[in-house]
Design a protein around this ligand. Structure first.
Ligand SMILES: Nc1nc2c(c(=O)[nH]1)N[C@H]1C(S)=C(S)[C@@H](COP(=O)(O)OP(=O)(O)OC[C@H]3O[C@@H](n4cnc5c(N)ncnc54)[C@H](O)[C@@H]3O)O[C@H]1N2
Ligand code: MOO
Length: 645
């Protein structure tokens, strides 16, 4: 019988349990060269005085301070130079009344002297030094032990050693320290479909993401990472690998095979090897997380989806590891304004990756992609937390964004419709650009609000004109349109066009399955325009035509998704750009060119990054390189500025 099954625990409860859990780590002695970011396991005491002697802190003359009291700028006092001491030397002379010894910074103060006059306030003539300014006793002198005294406690046990502590420890003559051993963490990926990067990818397989991603996170938390590779979805194999890992490691992290569909392999393995105390957390993503403990060891079973695995690592595993390694730090947070109304499941705390744009204040763009999207993670600057009892956050609401790392604003912000041509332009102009893909309309609105410097757009109006009607309709002022390039739109079909698709009439055939695009996309406008024309030609209503097309209701959100649907045989035909068809080795039947243009705010035209981007668009280099992306074509209008009122 299972002890627990999907009794979802709240995140707070899971954190509380983990907080009370410790792993005893033994102690090792290491050189201070290796001590950075390690946790001291013993108090460190100074072996000598720091500094070890009274030391001159300035270049000048060691004197008896009382000899200088009457010195004035226009009435210097005169002292006889009786010798000199350099840093590292044992002084061979003493300073008597009326005498001075030339001394360099860091040198031992000669007997009898109690202050140093800086060389700037002296002149030397005929074996005498003339002092123009009095010094007080101990002025420009650091006395022995003033930093630390021999036997003094200088750094306490538990301290995470930074460069500053290591410097202090070195000054006190301590070259080796006792620290806690770094926790050893094994990382295991599971799944029949997962292949280690570097191997060939067969159909149905995907490259491992989690092994590499989680290994990096483990290191970031100051632990020793032991990536153990990919294991098939097989109870015995997974059990054997986890058992093996437990022999040498303190913590084992698996990803995948947590969900009910697979008969809860990880749950069963963990239960066999330890005590499962978390089986499901009321969070999104990452609900199927399993956590168990055995004597002095902890097992984490993270869900397979990379976004889920990473988020659970961030909010559950990382705090636990960082407490062990002493690297615990408050996460960096910024306040931001939420750009769009964001829905969430009530009953689960949701973590939503966001991209940040700074326009005086921070604007947060939530990602709507599902937990499998790895590019989301690379593009996100951080994430927001939506509480369990909240069904949505309003547009404009202030949110806390927990940063993945340090946020650095980009030089160029492009928000709009995704295009491989834009990726190429950015590569060629080598500016630090942030690209947020929210579709053409979203891009125009972002330019209007000033969040984006420019937007890439390809909106076809029913009048047959691209972009300008939309710019006007959406009320964009003080912007210019820069003509971009043409993208060839057409039917994307399987290699060899097995269904013999030639035109929109073919979509009405019984044996043809279509894949549509989302409303609001330029492609959808084109599709509907063509279908209206067809309806007129056949004397049918538009509604009737729509009903007769199999798959009209199935909408893909991107060109790529259309191509993939065709590639996987889910649809026979869709409409998209040639570049994508080409990339997936699919056939392409051209329909008409689409005008992909850039809308730029006038107040950003002087910005270096914007200038570079537009120069690149007009460059010969772009013209040359863009040919490689079949289906994108520069025209004689590329780079032309279109002003309108
Ligand atoms: N019927 C149900 N199905 C699913 C449920 C559920 O409650 N009932 N939960 C869903 C949720 S939520 C999540 S999260 C996942 C968790 O499933 P698993 O932990 O079993 O993960 P897998 O099925 O093995 O993988 C999910 C997904 O991620 C890919 N993956 C796995 N490992 C890796 C890796 N190392 N690198 C890259 N990608 C990886 C895998 O191919 C799958 O596409 O279950 C849902 N289903
Ligand atoms: O728990 Mo899953 O992680 O929602 O995607």
């Amino acid at each position: 019988m299972r002890k627990v099954f999907r009794e979802l625990k709240s995140l707070d409860e899971v954190r509380r349990i983990l907080e009370s859990l410790t792993i005893d780590l033994d102690i090792e002695e290491i050189s201070i060269f290796e001590a950075y970011n390690r946790v001291l396991a013993e108090d460190v005491y100074a072996k000598c005085d720091v500094p070890p002697f009274d030391r001159a802190t300035m270049d000048g003359f060691a004197v008896k301070a009382e000899d200088t009291f009457l010195a004035e700028e226009d009435k210097p006092i005169k002292l006889k130079i009786v010798g000199n001491v350099k840093a590292g030397e044992v002084p061979r002379v003493e300073v008597d009344r009326g005498c001075a010894v030339e001394i360099s910074t860091g040198a031992v103060m000669p007997k009898g002297a109690n202050a140093v006059v800086m060389v700037e306030y002296t002149t030397v003539r005929d074996g005498y030094v003339y002092v123009y300014k009095p010094v007080a006793p101990m002025e420009n002198v650091a006395s022995a032990g003033s930093d630390a005294m021999a036997g003094e406690l200088i750094v306490r046990k538990g301290k995470v050693l930074s460069a500053r502590e290591i410097g202090l420890i070195a000054s006190a003559g301590v070259d080796r320290v006792k620290v806690f051993r770094k926790p050893k963490v094994a990382i295991i990926s599971t799944g029949d479909e997962i292949v280690e990067v570097g191997r060939p990818l067969e159909i149905g397989k995907i490259y491992d993401v989690n092994l590499y991603m989680i290994t990096s996170k483990v290191k970031e938390c100051g632990c020793l990472a032991f990536p153990m590779g990919v294991v098939r979805d097989d109870y015995l194999e997974i059990k054997r690998t986890v058992e093996n890992a437990l022999k040498t490691c303190d913590i084992v992290i698996t990803t995948g095979s947590t969900s009910a569909g697979l008969g809860d392999v990880i749950y069963r393995v963990f239960e066999e090897l330890g005590d499962v105390f978390v089986h499901g957390i009321a969070v999104k993503p990452g609900k199927p997380t399993v956590i168990a403990k055995t004597k002095n060891k902890v097992l984490f079973g993270l869900p397979g989806y990379p976004v889920s695995a990473l988020m659970i690592f961030e909010v559950v595993v990382a705090p636990f590891l960082r407490k062990l390694t002493g690297l615990e730090v408050e996460r960096n947070k910024v306040k931001a304004v939420l750009q769009v109304k964001t829905y969430s499941d009530v009953g689960r705390r949701e973590f939503r990756p966001v991209a940040l744009v700074k326009t005086g204040k921070f604007i947060a763009y939530p990602f709507t992609t599902y937990s499998g999207s790895v590019s989301t993670l690379a593009k996100a600057d951080g994430f927001i937390e939506i509480p369990e009892n909240v069904a949505f956050l309003e547009e404009g609401e202030e949110v806390d964004v927990i940063l993945f790392g340090d946020y650095k604003p980009s030089d160029l912000v492009i928000i709009g419709s995704h295009c491989l041509g834009v990726d190429l332009l950015i590569e060629l102009c080598s500016v630090d650009a942030k690209v947020i893909n929210v579709g053409s309309t979203g891009g125009l609105l972002a330019v209007k609000r000033g969040e984006a410097d420019l937007a890439g757009t390809h909106l076809l109006d029913e009048s047959g004109v691209y972009n300008i009607p939309f710019i006007k309709r959406l009320g964009l002022k003080d912007v210019i349109l820069v003509k971009g390039y043409e993208r060839e739109q057409g039917f994307i079909v399987a290699k060899g066009n097995p269904k013999g698709i030639r035109g929109f009439e073919d979509l009405l055939r019984e044996d043809v399955v279509f894949i549509n695009r989302n409303p609001g996309s330029g492609t959808r406008v084109l599709i509907d325009m063509k279908l209206r024309e067809l309806a007129e030609k056949l004397g049918l209503s538009f509604e009737e035509i729509k009903k007769r097309i199999k798959g009209y209701d199935v909408e893909a959100k991107t060109h790529t998704a259309v191509a993939v649907a065709v590639l996987m045989g889910k649809a026979d035909v869709g409409v998209g750009i040639r570049t994508v068809a080409d990339r997936y080795g699919l056939d392409f039947i051209p329909l008409r060119p689409e005008e992909y243009d850039f809308v730029v705010r006038k107040d950003r035209l002087g910005k270096e990054s914007v200038k570079r981007f537009l120069e690149t668009l007009r460059s010969d280099k772009f013209k040359r390189e863009v040919r490689k992306l079949k289906g994108i074509r520069v025209t004689e209008r590329t780079g032309e500025i279109v002003e309108f009122s």
